[in-house]
Write a protein that binds this ligand. Structure first.
Ligand code: SF4
Length: 477
């Protein structure tokens, strides 16, 4: 049976659909604490929404029985049906809700539209009005099944997001994409097609990561070249470039591959050469902005709650002494106070000559957002702090090429010799600890300590990368 989960997996990575269907499940890592959290949070939220509605659920032990029961409920005109089972041919969908509307159909004077309840924002990232494409395609799948069951294609589908907002859209807009991917999903599930792994950002949270990485390394796959994703892999493979070794040859060659610009090809080629040689290449010796006082800055935020719960600073004074300091809040009620403390810190620095180093653009984006939220964009010490921020990730990628699989803080700091106390540190792990901590802050002080240690180590790692980069690029050749 093809389900909405297949669509979700396919849109994340087609290879995942193949492995889920054909690989030994014992080779899959268990669900991470973070994904587990996402799942239970989603279930809890769904329950809350459902409790506020007058819904009926289908009965029966098997999916077939429940699909018959769903059809009975639809025929009798229930206003809302919770987890109705829709089956047509080899496709099966269980939308969170079916909502009755007054459109004539095979059922009588009414029909149904599909609704999914999501514990996230429900929009495409960086957009406040475009519905999340993955959710929309899943709902278009339910719309397709509804058409088979009630004879009418719904002209509306809804995502209820974490704020209780109803994001309404026309599933027709996603029909074409759905119809394009369904035959591939079916072929992957039946084994008629087999997809190969490709190293992408989503891999680190995927249960098949260890297995895929092992296979990618064994085949010297082109996606081991940092920055070369699945789309580019397809373009390169189509041109006969299969291995990292082949990517090195793109240097200086007239690149005639559709969708691949020459400048990009040269960047990949350089990255591939460095990856294979395990050496580094220096691209620039331009000085990195510095100041007598250096601040290494890192946020911990929980995107599931849209909450910044920790600002961490490692402050290195002109005499070389250093100190880690933090600003913490337990929940949304504490966020304004935490921001005030942050403004206080900016004021205490106002007369100093300092620079703030952070890794990735996230910190800058969040400060801009907080300044807007708390109408503080005009506060001069804050403006000064913002003007002193240096994105070290940008400095790394413009100064050196490293034999790493990605230019995230963890792999880069590990390459330059930094060691985290946790064997597998990650921001999503910290979010899982934070959510556990929130259940009982009085008793969970140990978890808070773990998060602080994790954040302090991120600040230290940023400093180690900065020091290494400065020494490497500015030592005498
Ligand atoms: S680890 Fe990456 S390539 Fe492998 S199945 Fe997961 S997402 Fe796909």
């Amino acid at each position: 049976m093809i389900t909405a989960q297949h669509i979700y997996d396919y849109l994340a990575c087609p290879h995942r659909v193949y492995l889920n269907a054909h690989e030994d499940p014992a080779k899959k890592r268990p669900l991470s604490q973070f994904l587990d959290l996402l799942f239970s949070r989603g279930t809890l939220y769904e329950k809350r929404i459902i409790e506020s509605l007058d819904c009926r659920s289908p009965e029966g032990l098997t999916k077939q029985d429940r699909s018959k029961s769903t059809l009975d409920l639809m025929r009798s005109g229930e206003a809302f049906i919770y987890q109705g089972v829709l089956i047509a041919g080899d496709e099966q969908g269980i939308p969170d809700l079916l909502k009755k509307i007054s459109t004539p159909s095979k059922l009588g004077k009414h029909a149904y539209i599909p609704i999914d309840i999501k514990s996230g924002k429900g929009y495409e990232s960086n957009s406040d009005n475009a519905v999340n494409k993955t959710y929309a395609i899943q709902l278009a799948f339910y719309a397709r099944l509804l058409q088979a069951v009630q004879g009418v294609y719904p002209q509306q589908a809804i995502v209820i997001n974490v704020d209780g907002e109803e994001i309404s859209f026309d599933p027709n807009d996603f029909k074409e994409k759905l119809e394009e991917i369904l035959p591939h999903i079916r072929a992957l599930v039946t084994g008629q097609e087999r997809d190969c792994p490709a190293l992408i950002q989503k891999c680190t949270l995927c249960g098949w990561y260890d297995l895929c990485l092992e296979r990618l390394k064994a085949s010297s796959d082109v996606t081991l070249v940092a920055g070369l994703g699945r789309g580019s892999k397809q373009a390169l493979n189509g041109a006969g470039i299969q291995k990292v070794e082949d990517v090195t040859a793109l240097d200086g060659r007239q690149v005639n591959i559709k969708g691949v610009k020459e400048k990009r090809a040269r960047t990949w080629s350089r990255q591939a050469q460095v990856y294979l040689s395990e050496d580094i290449e220096i691209l620039s010796r331009t000085p990195i902005p510095t100041a007598p006082t250096r601040i290494y800055f890192d946020f911990e935020d929980d995107p599931l709650q849209d909450l910044i719960y920790l600002y961490g600073f490692l402050i290195v004074r002109p005499d070389g002494s250093s100190e880690y300091t933090d600003i913490w809040c337990d929940n949304h009620e504490g966020e304004p106070q935490a921001f005030l403390q942050f403004l206080e810190l900016c004021r205490s620095l106002a007369k100093q000559d300092y620079r703030v180093y952070h890794y990735s653009k996230h910190e800058k984006t969040v400060i801009d957002r907080l300044a807007k939220k708390y109408a503080a964009a005009h506060v001069r010490p804050l403006k000064k702090f913002q003007s002193k921020m240096v994105d070290l990730q940008k400095q790394v990628t413009s100064h050196v090429v490293l034999p790493v699989l990605s230019y995230g803080l963890k792999p880069v700091s590990k390459f330059v010799g930094f060691q985290y106390s946790d064997a597998d540190p990650g921001g999503s792990q910290s979010i899982a600890w934070f959510e556990e901590y929130q259940k009982d802050p009085g008793r969970n002080g140990e978890l808070k300590q773990r998060i602080l240690t994790y954040n302090r180590e991120d600040c230290e790692a940023t400093k180690v990368v900065h020091d290494w980069l400065t020494n490497t690029c500015h030592r005498k050749k």
